[in-house]
Design a protein around this ligand. Structure first.
Ligand SMILES: C[S@@+](CC[C@H](N)C(=O)[O-])C[C@H]1O[C@@H](n2cnc3c(N)ncnc32)[C@H](O)[C@@H]1O
Length: 285
């Protein structure tokens, strides 16, 4: 990690932003579920779940990935659905109740200090969480500590920015308008773990074996620009925080610039399908 960072301030800011983001994530559950479903499927298959297992979903947000696991570990299994944010867990509780799940407990847990006993879970799931943590190497070591010997971590992190125009284009435009600072190299953020060799070596350095890393392409789709952008602002905390600083003139200019840069992904009908790519990994403790 680069020197001179105030890690505690970064953690506080992340928590505040995600607490505030929960309302938007609540609005976008269906859209996000559709975009992210192939990734959840890969992670669940790779986890090789069995009845009776104890599973931790770390940085679970609204909980979708873990909830798929909850069904597969019945009878006798338990899912711990966890996140740093109480507001996100509220969404997860509501969703878990809607799905009629009875083998789930909900806990506020930080990924860098997982408040669970040594070797107490069989599988850890973490979709799009580790790269947001201030010290992802510590989080991976913690993950291994709570896993039983031979237990599995199954995770997803975003690939590099150039493979994720759906996230990168809005960030670029906001940086150009002076509303966002360019990302610090080595800092936490969407693309912090976006390289296959890096993710592979971080898992091995944390003590994991049998490491497999693959890439999955996704697309953020919407019938037209306005709904694409509204959904994006609900889902991307850093984009929303920066865009909210724009005055009226900047708002119009930013939206026009964005629509122009998204033109290569916009059909004649106006519908958008903006590509992204995630890395997925599975490894054994
Ligand atoms: C991009 S969302 C992903 C949510 C969910 N896993 C999914 O795939 O839909 C990231 C989540 O990570 C959580 N998070 C970020 N840093 C964390 C940390 N250090 N410890 C625990 N959770 C964290 C946030 O609160 C947020 O709910």
């Amino acid at each position: 990690m680069p020197a001179g960072r105030d890690h505690d301030a970064e953690r506080r800011e992340s928590l505040e932003r995600w607490e505030a983001a929960a309302a938007g994530w609540g609005r976008q559950l269906a859209a996000w579920g559709e975009t992210s479903a192939p990734v959840a499927t890969w992670m669940i298959d790779a986890a090789a779940l069995a009845p009776g297992q104890r599973v931790l979903d770390l940085a679970a947000g609204p909980g979708e990935v873990g909830f798929l696991a909850a069904k597969l570990i019945e009878p006798g299994g338990e899912l711990i659905c966890s996140d740093q944010s109480e507001a996100m867990l509220e969404l997860a509780r509501a969703r878990g109740a809607e799905l009629g799940l009875t083998n789930v407990s909900y806990r506020v847990l930080g990924g860098e200090w997982i408040d669970l006993e040594l070797a107490s879970v069989d599988v850890v799931l973490c979709r799009w969480g580790y790269m947001l943590m201030v010290d992802p190497a510590a989080a991976l070591r913690e993950t291994r500590r709570v896993l039983v010997s031979g237990g599995r971590v199954s995770l997803a992190v975003w690939d590099a920015a150039e493979h994720n125009p759906w996230l990168e284009i809005p960030l670029e435009v906001l940086i150009e308008h002076g509303l966002l600072s360019p990302p610090e190299s080595g800092g936490a953020g969407a693309f912090a773990l976006g390289a296959v060799p890096l993710l592979h070596s971080m898992l091995e350095e944390a003590g994991f074996t049998q490491v497999t890393v693959e890439a999955i392409d996704i697309a953020r789709e919407a019938p037209e620009f306005d709904s694409w952008w509204a959904t994006h602002l609900d889902l991307s905390v850093s984009t929303r925080a920066a865009f909210e600083q724009a005055d009226e003139a900047q708002t119009e200019a930013i939206e026009a610039e964005l629509a122009a840069r998204l033109a290569p992904y916009t059909a004649a009908s106006g519908a958008l399908a903006v590509p992204g790519r995630t890395l997925v990994a599975v490894a054994e403790a």
